[in-house]
Design a protein around this ligand. Structure first.
Ligand code: NDP
Length: 451
């Protein structure tokens, strides 16, 4: 009986969360694009907003697989194909117990605007499963990925929908997914991005989002007349793909990164974090950050539960620039106040929607340079598109070529966003600039393509 009650409670709470994050994302866009809608009635006449907020289709399926004890496990898989006005559906797959339809709708909706902002021919989608990769053996991960693809393969293709990685889905998982796709279809095509380099992956895909957010910030600070990141203290949250590569690029350009977080706690190392050790702990051993202070006892490890509710230790560390790179809603209004009081000049979102609505408003009203996720973390999808181009032409680009093209693409996004904000009377507001520029391109395509 208790179990059933627990299940009901779980369902109810996930239902709430489902609505919250999607509406949060939608509301932000709707408020932002008001000046565009007022200046041109064609968007209302073509009911663009009503059409854009409803996904083209939501595919939901059962994934059954055997664990290492030969017990049958059941998970739910999803693919939200949101909008393909600009190109094939494109967006990551997330494997995490919190995954539900609402979270994927929020991520897919954001992806439409983000992909549009890149100026590249890609539509918006997102997918994943409530499967928890934590604690699973390599073999279990492989078996889950195979079962997941048995269903997903019916809906994807290099000209239809090209998934990539996200939380819980890295090159290992993409490799297994690709292997199964190939086995089922006998087709060797660029149907997934984020593949290992040896069979069609692009150089620099793992680095792309983290490096991209730093390139974005450098250009934004320059445009806004602020000092560069060189020699400045920076705080980063997360210790996954995005965070580790943001740290790598920040260190490369001479910034001092003093923090990172995982789902259990925060590391604060005022001398600058040891990236090699972080990679060893998080990528090779897949362990907890607590291991860091065993090597550097003078650094601090702060478990989440030791911090007041609604605040996070990482955002209470004085810094010049902050980079939330872990997960959604990890930076609250209390955190925003702490950053502002401590003199932070710029906040760049590496993760998807890490700052709450109120936190963003606080940053904007205090004239903090704020780089929203849909613009700042577009580096990943940009290099994914480069991977599609390389696969289609059976070619391989050098690391330097990809890096150069990524840097240029990120700089172009910053300029596009800044100019759009200026043109619509909200100079310096990169949230509105990104929403208007991203919405406009996809909306104009939808109008041109008819209903
Ligand atoms: P990973 O799974 O590689 O890493 C996520 C990291 O965040 C992990 O270290 C995880 O800890 C940590 N984390 C999870 N929850 C929390 C929390 N509540 N507080 C603090 N830390 C937490 O994911 P990615 O780095 O790929 O993605 C991170 C974010 O960036 C996501 O929002 C994703 O959607 C977004 N993003 C990713 C892109 C990519 O190319 N990978 C592209 C664009 C956006 P633990 O190690 O304990 O699990």
């Amino acid at each position: 009986m208790n179990n059933i009650q627990d299940e009901i409670k779980k369902f109810e709470s996930s239902k709430c969360e489902e609505n919250n994050v999607f509406y949060q994302a939608m509301e932000e866009v709707i408020f932002s694009i008001a000046p565009l809608l007022e200046s041109d009635e064609k968007y209302a006449r073509h009911a663009i907003l009503d059409r854009l907020v409803v996904p083209d289709r939501i595919i939901k399926f059962k994934v059954t697989w055997l664990n290492d004890k030969n017990e049958i496990q059941v998970n739910t898989g999803y693919r939200v194909q949101f909008n393909n006005a600009l190109g094939p559906y494109k967006g990551g797959l997330r494997f995490h117990p919190s995954v539900n339809e609402g979270i994927l709708k929020f991520l897919g909706f954001e992806q439409i605007i983000k992909n549009s902002l890149t100026g590249l021919p890609i539509g918006g989608a997102k997918g994943g499963s409530d499967f928890d990769p934590k604690g699973k053996s390599n073999f279990e991960i492989m078996k889950f990925c195979s079962s997941f693809m048995v269903e997903l393969h019916k809906y994807i293709g290099s000209r239809i929908d090209v998934p990539a990685g996200d939380i819980g889905v890295g090159s290992r998982e993409i490799g297994y997914l690709f292997g199964e796709y190939k086995k089922i279809t006998s087709s060797y095509e660029g149907v997934l991005t984020g593949k290992p380099f040896m069979f069609g992956g692009s150089l620099m895909r793992p680095q792309a989002t983290g490096y991209g957010v730093v390139y974005f910030t450098q250009t934004m600070l320059e445009i806004e007349g602020k000092e560069s990141l060189e020699g400045k203290t920076c705080t980063v949250s997360g210790a996954g793909n995005v965070a580790l590569h943001a740290i790598e690029k920040l260190q490369e350009i001479g910034a001092i990164v003093v923090s990172c977080t995982d789902s259990r706690g925060t590391i604060h190392d005022p001398r600058g974090v040891d990236l090699c050790l972080l990679k060893e702990i998080k990528l090779q051993k897949r362990g907890s950050l607590e291991g860091y202070i065993r090597v550097y006892p003078e650094a601090k490890y702060i478990p989440f539960e030791e911090y007041p509710e609604g605040a996070h230790a990482v955002w209470d560390i004085p810094c010049y620039a902050a980079f939330p790179c872990a997960t959604q809603n990890e930076l609250t209004d209390i955190d925003a106040q702490n950053l502002i009081v401590n003199g932070c000049v710029s906040v760049s979102e590496g993760a998807n929607m890490p700052s709450t609505h109120k936190a963003i408003n606080d940053f904007l009203s205090h004239k903090i340079c704020f780089a929203p996720a849909k613009a700042a973390n577009a580096g990943g999808v940009i290099v994914s598109e480069f991977e599609m181009a390389q696969n289609a032409s059976m070619s391989k680009w050098s690391f330097e070529k990809v890096d150069e093209k990524l840097k240029l693409a990120m700089q172009q996004i910053v300029k596009r966003v800044a100019l759009t904000a200026r043109d619509y009377g909200v100079e310096g507001n990169y949230v509105d600039g990104a929403n208007i520029a991203g919405f406009k391109r996809v909306a104009d395509a939808m109008i041109a393509e008819g209903i």
